[in-house]
Design a protein around this ligand. Structure first.
Ligand SMILES: [Zn+2]
Length: 277
């Protein structure tokens, strides 16, 4: 076990001097991307923001304690592009053409502060514009002669295996909106915010076929009568606690992998010179 270098993994709880030290130590910055949007009749509108911030902070702490990986976690962005929720109450929408410059500005600021490594974690199943924004940011940095190693990580990447382990009886897709996993994670983290009396199974209009197979660009109110995309009735607090534990461990392992990959990339660049990077 190693001792974390700083008192906190949160960017917002560190001083400028401490952040300068973290940058000089090539710490990995993590940007959790949340959003504010309806999550069915039973979950709060900040569900994705809460999940991604806790995931990033707990994952970074675990990676520091278990593997000595040094990360700095930015505050989660509470607003995102939520066009798919138009017509339903709860969303604060940053349209994609507004959101892309926001993401690129955050990436540039991270670079301006002396950091060269950033992992972006998306906490929403939507946010389809994020990969494009990151590739633009990567290319812009190169054009300016500034190199940066960027990683894109989905909160939902590990949901399938974790859901299969702890909720094997469910058939919905991993990470489906306001369904069993999100409800269980909320029960485990802040049960008082789950409106159990409002929870009911949604009627979906061919969601599997229209969206997952047919690739339809859908609005939520066209496919679900509750705003949720799955039945949350199998969610339990115990299952949610086990799922959190597994998700955080898997994320910490991924941070360890990223740290090892970036270290090897830096070694190869130094060995071969800038022209072959
Ligand atoms: Zn969600």
């Amino acid at each position: 076990l190693t001792t974390p270098t700083f008192a906190s993994v949160k960017w917002g709880e560190l001083t400028g001097e401490e952040l300068a030290t973290a940058a000089s130590r090539r710490s990995l910055v993590i940007l959790p991307l949340g959003c504010t949007e309806q999550h069915g009749p039973h979950l709060p509108t900040d569900t994705d923001t809460y999940q991604v911030e806790r995931f990033a902070v707990d994952g970074a702490r675990t990676a520091a304690e278990r593997y000595g990986v040094e990360c700095v976690v930015l505050p989660a962005l509470p607003f995102g592009p939520t066009a798919e929720h138009v017509g339903l109450v709860g969303a604060i929408d940053l349209p994609n053409d507004v959101y892309i410059p926001v993401i690129k500005s955050i990436v540039r600021s991270v670079l301006d502060n002396g950091f060269t490594r950033l992992g972006v974690v998306t906490g929403c199943g939507g946010h389809w514009v994020v990969p494009g924004a990151l590739w633009d940011a990567k290319a812009d940095a190169r054009r300016q002669g500034r190199d940066m190693t960027l990683h894109l990580i989905g909160l939902y990447d590990d949901f399938a295996s974790v859901q299969a382990r702890h909720f094997p009886e469910t058939t919905e897709g991993p990470g489906d909106h306001a369904a069993v996993m999100e409800t269980a994670l909320c029960l485990a983290g802040r049960a008082e915010l789950v409106r159990r009396d409002r929870m009911r199974a949604p009627e979906l209009d061919r969601f599997e076929e229209r969206y997952k197979r047919g690739g339809e660009v859908f609005l939520f109110d066209e496919v679900t009568n509750t705003g949720a995309l799955g039945d949350a009735s199998a969610a339990t607090k115990e299952g949610g606690e086990a799922a959190w534990s597994d998700l955080v461990s898997l994320f910490a392992e991924r941070l360890k992998l990223i740290d090892a990959l970036d270290g090897e990339t830096a070694r190869r660049r130094e060995a071969s010179g800038p022209q072959t990077r």
